[in-house]
Design a protein around this ligand. Structure first.
Ligand SMILES: Nc1ncnc2c1ncn2[C@@H]1O[C@H](COP(=O)(O)OP(=O)(O)OP(=O)(O)O)[C@@H](O)[C@H]1O
Ligand SMILES: [Mg+2]
Length: 175
């Protein structure tokens, strides 16, 4: 038995209707996602900001439902459960670590990433170079933008010379 089996999962969200538009369009976030996690495995879900990691985790933890597909936790399809069953299942069987928010919200992305370097006394031009490289590696092309949307959906920590982005405690892991 797999600990987790995700089969052909799709998830989309309604897009705001623009002036003059007819018919609701949707933002397709997950399309045909399938994978298996075995007992004792540690799995990292990686991808650019807005790529759908938190969306996927919310489906896996039963906080939201897929449009299509199956999510089997220990052979039980949580996507097919009623709300009552899902609530009981979640309370009993699923631990959720939410995406935390540890950015300085009035700082730009660049300032947030270079802060630990500044504190370590790295010269400004070198801190800028390293921070820009880290931002580029995670697909954040606009270092002056804020990393903290109103939904607090992203965080970055520059620990030593590493940058991590993740949901929950993964982003605290800088080893
Ligand atoms: N409830 C929602 N309603 C509408 N759009 C949503 C909703 N939740 C997520 N989205 C959109 O779905 C896309 C994926 O978002 P998601 O938060 O899953 O990305 P992510 O990979 O976790 O990003 P990050 O690395 O910034 O945490 C984004 O475009 C986001 O704006
Ligand atoms: Mg996220």
């Amino acid at each position: 038995m797999h600990v987790l089996e995700v089969k052909d999962v799709n998830k989309s969200f309604p897009l705001p209707v623009q002036d003059g538009e007819t018919g609701a369009s949707r933002l397709m976030v997950l399309s045909g996602v399938s994978f298996v996690v075995e007992h004792g495995e540690t799995v990292a879900i990686m991808g650019p900001s807005g790529g759908g990691k938190s969306t996927l985790l919310s489906l896996l933890s039963g906080l939201d439902r897929p449009d299509h597909g199956q999510i089997l936790v220990l052979d039980k399809d949580i996507a097919a459960m009623t709300s009552t069953e899902l609530n009981a299942f979640r309370a009993r069987s699923i631990g959720i670590v939410f995406q935390q928010f540890q950015l300085l919200e009035h700082f730009s992305a660049l300032e947030n990433v270079r802060l630990p370097l500044d504190l370590r006394g790295v010269p400004a031009h070198e801190a800028d170079r390293i921070a820009l490289e880290k931002l580029d590696r995670v697909g954040l092309k606009s270092p002056i933008a804020s990393l903290s949307g109103p939904d607090e959906s992203g965080r970055v920590s520059a620990c030593g010379d590493r940058t991590s982005i993740g949901d929950g405690s993964t982003a605290d892991f800088c080893g």
